[in-house]
Unconditional design. Structure first.
Length: 251
């Protein structure tokens, strides 16, 4: 155990990782999502792709836990369960699709669609229909497909709820529950395929401590009566995610 901790703390860029985790915790505590956007660019600069995902998953599994009781009370867990069921359907299809289509081409399509829908949201477009079981499951399946294909889980679910008439508190709670469930599923997949790197896992769990504190602070900053502020922060995170997801940056 001491050797693992020493290896974890000796990871290059550990101070930058800690700073990213704290900022990400504030954002996720406030908006319910967006932490991967902040953590992954930093983690990917000092860790391998699998290690970066493992670090993100370990830190995020712990961070949102203090806000979990409120999310279960304010959100719609049954609806989130349908989203995650869809993820189980879509993720294998996304992994299969990797062998058929260029990820770079798909990245352009994903970012373009996300930015296009964001423009519609900013213009005032809203979905007035019911969030039925089929629509919610299909949205989760699309998120799962995008996770398997391009490592992008959130946009379909985020855009669906941001376009709905649901209150900000419910939207935020469902985001938190959905992404926490997705993190657990992703960790199970990494463990099942033998891709757990123990020093990185311990580093992620250690980073979960300041992430917890930041999540608590971010949650206290959230005010359900200030929905315009919530939506503004969410739109900024969506736009940044789409822009940073462009394959342009990989050239």
């Amino acid at each position: 155990m001491p050797d693992l901790l020493a290896q974890a703390m000796a990871t290059p860029g550990v101070a930058w990782l800690a700073l990213a985790v704290i900022v990400a915790g504030l954002v996720r505590g406030f908006a319910g999502f967006g932490s991967a956007l902040i953590i992954m660019p930093v983690a990917a600069s000092v860790l391998s792709p699998v290690e970066a995902i493992l670090f993100l998953t370990a830190a995020e599994v712990i961070g949102p836990l203090p806000n979990l009781p409120d999310a279960l009370r304010e959100g719609t867990p049954r609806e989130v369960g349908r989203l995650l069921f869809g993820v189980l359907i879509g993720m294998p299809l996304g992994l299969w699709g990797l062998s058929l289509v260029s990820p770079e081409g798909f990245g352009w399509i994903v970012s373009g669609v996300v930015l296009g829908l964001l423009v519609l949201l900013l213009a005032g477009w809203r979905y007035h229909g019911p969030l039925g079981a089929k629509l919610v499951t299909a949205t989760g399946a699309l998120g799962g497909f995008m996770t398997g294909f391009a490592g992008i889980a959130g946009p379909p679910v985020i855009l669906l709820y941001m376009a709905s008439r649901k209150p900000a508190a419910v939207i935020r709670a469902n985001f938190l529950l959905y992404l926490l469930g997705l993190d657990l599923m992703l960790f199970a997949m990494l463990a099942a395929t033998g891709q757990v790197v123990w020093p990185v896992l311990w580093l992620g769990l250690l980073a979960g401590v300041p992430n917890v504190i930041a999540n608590i602070i971010g949650a206290r900053l959230f005010d359900p009566k200030r929905e315009r502020l919530f939506r503004a922060v969410a739109y900024i995170v969506i736009a940044a995610s789409a822009i940073l997801g462009l394959p342009l940056w990989n050239i």
